[in-house]
Structures are given as structure tokens and as C-alpha cells.
Design a protein around this ligand. Structure first.
Ligand code: ZN
Length: 442
């Protein structure tokens, strides 16, 4: 399918640039340890990683070892069967679990926690330069937490800064995860925010407004300016009393998805109402974001059409606390209960769950909160790990590059102290992060 082809091409460009930054790293003397001669006189740094166990993207493997050479995984298997090239540096990781670098399928690197500054004030009052400066810190924190790939779902008023940040990462200017970006995102006129200004004022919005046939131009414009995915708000607080209601008509949603698909961009739709979700699913969207009000019928339709749910459990968990909820002390707020129920309904229907947290609502670098909540809300720990690695990679059309610890894939790796299938909170105990064969945290 055409979307797959283009996403692969975009990623190939990213890979080429990573080679460049890796070479720059070697010239600064990184390649001194464990280096050996490679093709064309270059040196390829090699590592032998010896953890207690490996989660390879599918299952937990006790006693495995992994060899990394250059940017890629050269071998992974039972320690006795794995041989490292001469000169490889051995990294012992006793007690640790080695796994693919985690994937965050729903981030906002240009937002910071709403309990620091409400969304409205970030969008309406913060200078672009300040927002970008913060984002560079966010990207570093995310990478050092072991998230080596993110899909960033909208700059929320920060223009095309996500495209620039992605280039800065790929060129080795700043540290950060691989990025898929969406630029402005698309909303129906009058439905989004910031609100609360005199009607006579035209206040810039947190996403690009478009309607009807103009959606064709806007989708193409965002793609042309660097969007890897098209992000659409399928419903929002647009009702007469601020109720959340579907915004784009079925015809408009069809137009968005068909225009995006014909130029190889998959579509992600923000939606929490059954009607908004239904329109997105029928139009051919590939992921639904949030899905808080999803019914068993709608999740059944998602399952039939192969649409993935990005549940963003951690966002609602955080905003409820910003409103005063004390987990473990107070009764669960209605919004959190609804989230728990709809997530369970999605699991029961067998919907593909793509791990994504809506980080930015809460602190960057704490993305693993989502995985802890997925377990707390009833998903098997091993399935949670798959969701944030091999499943996310497939949903993002990157399964040929990342998401598994297997020969030939990019050496994006995370080692944590302990076994996350027994206690997901060990994801916070990071011992090693590697991106494309380069150690970024140790
Ligand atoms: Zn979001």
C-alpha cells in the first residue's frame, strides 16, 4: 500500500542522516573502544550485551545475549550461540532486561505539563522560541527514558517546529528519539481552542482550521511541509453547551483520508465519541486517539477494519490529579472510570492497542506511566511490552527497522534493572539506552 512505501522512504532518509551523526560521534573519539575495521576503511563499533534476559519484542528470553555492530543488531539468541566480533566491547547487565527501544505513539514535544501552565496559556502566550527550547529538553528526557521513537501528534500552535526538531535530531544537532511528525493537525472551523476571547477577535488556534473541499489543500499543504502522518480532530467540545460532538461530516472525513492516503500519509484521528470514532473508522483512519467513550460496537468495528487504538491512559490520569484527585485516597473520578471501562471493552474486542500516552500533558521522560496504567487497567504485562515495541512499530509502518531485538534491525535498545513483566515500574530504572548502535545513556 502506498502509505507504507512513502513512510519507508522518509525513514530511509532519517537513517542516512543518523549514519552522518554516528560518523561525527566517532570522529570525536567514541570509536576507540571496541572498534574494528569495517567496509571502506570506516570503523564499526561493536558491543556484546549480556543481560539476564531479553524481551525481543515477542517474548521474554532468559539467558540471551545480543551483538550490536555499527547501527544494527548483528545477532540475538542464547548466549552460548552468540559470538561477538573481535574487539567488541562487552557490556555486562546483570539482573537487567534488555528490550527494543520503547515507542511512544502519541506525544506533544511542544507542550509541557498543564499543571505548570494550562494548555490555553501555552498556546496563546508562549513565544515559539521558548517552546522550541523546552522541546529540546523534552526530546533528551524522552530518549534517556528509553523511548527511541515517537510519533508527535501536533505542535498545538507551534507551527512546523516539529519538522525542524526532527531535522535537528537527524542531523545530530540535539539528542532525541526518531520522530514521525504531523505539523499543525486539522480541526473543523470554530470547534477548537483557545476560546474565551471576544467574538470580534480572530484568535490563532491550536490546529489548522479547514472544511469541505478545502481539506484537500490543507492535507497536501501539511504533507508538503513535512507531515509524516495527518492528525485530525474528529470530535471536540463543539456542542451548544460545550458537549463533545463529532465535527467533520462523514464526507469530509472520507476526503481527508483519501487525499492523505494517495500521497502515502496515514491518518490519526482524535476522537472520544462513538460517532466521531465511527466516521473515522469508516473513512479509513489507521489509528484512533483516546477513544474514551468507545462502545463494544465501535470497538468491534475497529477490530474488523484493523484500526488501532492509542488509549492515552496517562493523560486523563494526570489531568484528573491536576483537578485535585488523589489516587489511592479519593474515589476514582468519572472520567477515569470511563477510561478504565472503554479500555477494557477495547481489549475484549481484540482491538490492536498502540501504546501512546499524550505526554506533554504530563512530564516528558515519564512516558512509561502509560505502560504501568495499561497493566493496572487489565492488560497482560507481556502484551503491554509488545504494544510499546513490536506492535507500535507495525502500526507506524516501521516494523522493518525497529521494534524487535532481531538480526538486521536498528540497534535501538533499552536495558532496565529487573523484569518489567513482574513489575512494570522497573522501566524507570534505566541502565542503558542505545539508539542506532550509539550509547546515549549508561
Ligand atoms: Zn494529543
Amino acid at each position: 500500500m502506498s502509505s507504507r512505501t512513502v513512510v519507508t522512504v522518509v525513514s530511509a532518509i532519517a537513517c542516512a542522516l543518523v549514519v552522518h551523526s554516528n560518523v561525527a560521534g566517532w570522529s570525536q573519539g567514541r570509536g576507540g573502544r571496541g572498534a574494528e575495521a569495517g567496509q571502506g576503511g570506516q570503523t564499526a563499533t561493536a558491543y556484546l550485551l549480556k543481560p539476564a534476559r531479553v524481551f525481543d519484542g515477542e517474548a521474554m528470553r532468559e539467558g540471551w545475549a545480543v551483538v550490536v555492530r555499527g547501527q544494527r543488531i548483528q545477532a540475538a539468541g542464547p548466549a552460548a550461540s552468540v559470538t561477538a566480533p573481535a574487539g567488541a566491547e562487552t557490556i555486562d547487565l546483570p539482573g537487567a532486561t534488555l528490550m527494543p527501544g520503547l515507542i511512544e505513539a502519541h506525544s506533544h514535544v511542544l507542550l509541557h505539563p498543564y499543571n505548570e501552565t494550562p494548555w490555553n496559556d501555552q498556546v496563546a502566550h508562549e513565544l515559539l522560541g521558548v517552546r522550541i527550547a523546552r522541546a529540546t529538553n523534552h526530546l533528551r528526557a524522552t530518549l534517556e527514558a528509553g523511548f527511541t521513537t515517537i510519533r508527535d501528534l501536533g505542535t498545538e500552535g507551534a507551527g512546523y517546529a516539529d519538522v525542524g526538531l526532527k531535522q535537528a535530531v537527524n542531523q545530530g544537532i540535539i539528542p532525541g528519539p526518531r520522530m514521525l511528525v504531523t505539523t499543525l493537525a486539522i480541526v473543523a472551523t470554530g470547534t477548537y481552542a483557545p476560546k474565551g476571547y471576544p467574538a470580534e477577535w480572530n484568535v490563532p488556534q491550536g490546529a489548522e482550521e479547514a472544511n469541505g473541499n478545502d481539506l484537500i489543500r490543507v492535507v497536501r499543504d501539511q504533507a508538503g511541509k513535512g507531515a509524516d502522518w495527518i492528525k485530525v480532530y474528529g470530535d471536540y467540545r463543539a456542542g451548544p453547551n460545550g458537549q463533545t460532538m463529532a465535527t467533520f461530516s462523514q464526507e469530509e472525513m472520507n476526503l481527508i483520508v483519501s487525499t492523505a492516503k494517495s500521497i502515502g500519509r496515514p491518518v490519526a484521528v482524535h476522537s472520544s465519541t462513538p460517532e466521531g470514532m465511527r466516521r473515522a473508522i469508516l473513512a479509513g483512519a489507521e489509528t484512533i486517539e483516546h477513544g474514551d467513550g468507545g462502545t463494544p460496537e465501535v470497538f468491534q468495528l475497529m477490530k474488523e477494519k484493523g484500526v488501532a487504538l492509542c488509549p492515552t491512559l496517562a493523560a486523563g490520569h494526570a489531568t484528573s490529579q491536576y483537578s485535585g484527585w488523589r489516587p489511592g485516597t479519593d474515589p476514582e473520578p468519572q472520567g477515569v472510570q470511563r477510561k478504565r471501562q472503554s479500555f477494557k471493552a477495547a481489549l475484549d474486542a481484540g482491538v490492536t492497542i498502540a501504546s501512546g500516552s499524550d505526554v506533554g500533558v504530563f512530564t516528558h521522560g515519564e512516558e512509561s506511566r502509560e505502560l504501568e496504567l495499561m497493566v493496572a487497567y487489565g492488560m497482560a504485562p507481556i502484551e503491554v511490552l509488545k504494544s510499546a515495541t513490536s506492535v507500535d512499530a507495525r502500526v507506524l509502518h516501521m516494523e522493518n527497522q525497529i521494534g524487535k531485538v532481531t538480526q538486521g534491525l536498528q540497534a535501538d535498545l533499552l536495558a532496565v534493572d529487573g523484569d518489567p513483566t513482574k513489575d512494570m515500574s522497573v522501566l524507570k530504572k534505566v541502565k542503558l539506552v542505545m539508539k542506532a548502535g550509539t550509547v546515549v545513556k549508561r
